[in-house]
Ligand binder design. Structure first.
Ligand code: ADP
Ligand code: MG
Length: 340
């Protein structure tokens, strides 16, 4: 990722995605801007091009994101349904795209020592976090333990150069929610670049952000990291400047409920089946791809400052965590992205 220090100018304008975890400020009128509710979040494309109509570029990006959503969404994604209905030991053919996503998910699971685990489908169903029609609530502990027995990324394999998927555990249910949005943003940016390699702007999927190109081709985008305990969705806790690459935040405030005075959130510790209590309430990852940033951010909330912190820089990602007492913990070098 290139790092250039250029002075940022202009007024701060709030992104349309108000509920976003991160929000980019500062986009001027010359940027075409479109927001839609997709993949369970507000998705914004901000794009400018001298060669192709930005309206067309944004439309192509949205079309791509919709395609990815209907392939990989947890309960209605065609590909996820196909993988989840596979029998134990059955070889299920997968295309290159699915192989790439599962391979990355497996790699992140290994790197984070299981902090990221994309097989928590049944556990998530019990908590009700991802469903509009299910009441969220603390599940019965026995049911949770039973569901937990059918999880584990180590029971998923890709064989023959990723052409086939095979699972080794009955009822194992894949949930790519913590990585699919990031992948969709990367893919939408590839589509835009294929139409115009010189286009600039960004794609923001509720705080999972990929940069198409620097503002006006030369300035960084200013990205606000949301205050994890503010009532206001637009209160900025810290700021990051990006010319390119990707950033994503996961936090315990994004999807939660309170029961008997306890705060239960949607990032689950795969070792317990319960919401992670690592001390990190928000984690922001800067990386080269939104897919990696998205998956690592989820893992960082599970792992917390220790041992999580060692995993990320070694794998091309820098992390900034906000801890329970609102202190900040950053990997070495993170400040580079906080200097204009
Ligand atoms: P959001 O989708 O709100 O941006 P994340 O990217 O952190 O947040 O993804 C959270 C979703 O990922 C949860 O709703 C759940 O479906 C799934 N998930 C929860 N815990 C884990 C985990 N430890 N590893 C992988 N996926 C998880
Ligand atoms: Mg994530």
């Amino acid at each position: 990722m290139s790092i250039r220090l250029v002075t940022l100018s202009g007024l701060l304008i709030l992104s349309a995605a108000l509920i976003a975890t991160l929000f980019i400020r500062n986009h001027p009128a010359e940027y075409y801007d479109r927001t839609e509710f997709l993949m369970g979040t507000y998705l914004t494309v901000v794009v400018s091009s001298e060669n192709v109509s930005p309206v067309k570029l944004a439309a192509a990006a949205f079309q791509e994101i919709r395609r990815v959503e209907y392939k990989y969404a947890k309960d209605y994604g065609t590909e996820v349904m196909k993988l989840n209905s596979a029998e134990v030991g059955e070889l299920v053919p997968v295309d290159d795209e699915t192989a790439h996503i599962i391979e990355t998910a497996l790699a992140v699971a290994r790197i984070t020592d299981g902090g990221f685990d994309f097989t928590l489908g049944r556990v998530m169903d019990l908590w009700g976090f991802n469903k509009a029609d299910t009441e969220k609530g603390v599940p019965d502990d026995d049911q949770l333990k039973e569901a937990l027995r059918s999880t584990g990324y180590e029971y998923v394999r890709l064989v023959d150069e990723g052409g086939w998927f095979v699972k080794k555990l009955r009822d194992l249910t894949i949930d790519l929610s913590a990585i699919a949005k990031g992948y969709a943003v990367d893919s939408a940016i590839s589509v835009i670049r294929a139409l115009d390699g010189d286009a600039t702007g960004y794609v923001d999927a509720g705080g999972d952000i990929g940069i198409i190109g620097p503002k006006y081709g030369k300035l960084p985008w200013t990205i606000g990291v949301r205050h994890p305990r503010s009532e206001r969705a637009d209160e900025v806790f810290d700021v990051v400047y990006l010319y390119d690459g990707a950033i994503a935040t996961s936090g315990d405030y994004e999807n939660y409920f309170i029961e008997d005075g306890m705060h239960y959130h949607h990032i689950i510790d795969p070792s317990t089946g319960y919401p992670a209590v690592s001390g990190a309430i928000s984690a922001t990852i800067v990386s080269s791809s939104v897919m990696l940033a998205d998956a690592f951010a989820t893992a960082a909330v599970v792992l917390g400052k220790s041992p999580g912190i060692t995993f990320f820089p070694r794998n091309g990602a820098l992390v900034m965590m906000i801890l329970e007492d609102l202190s900040i913990f950053k990997s070495e070098g993170f400040e580079v992205y906080q200097t204009r």
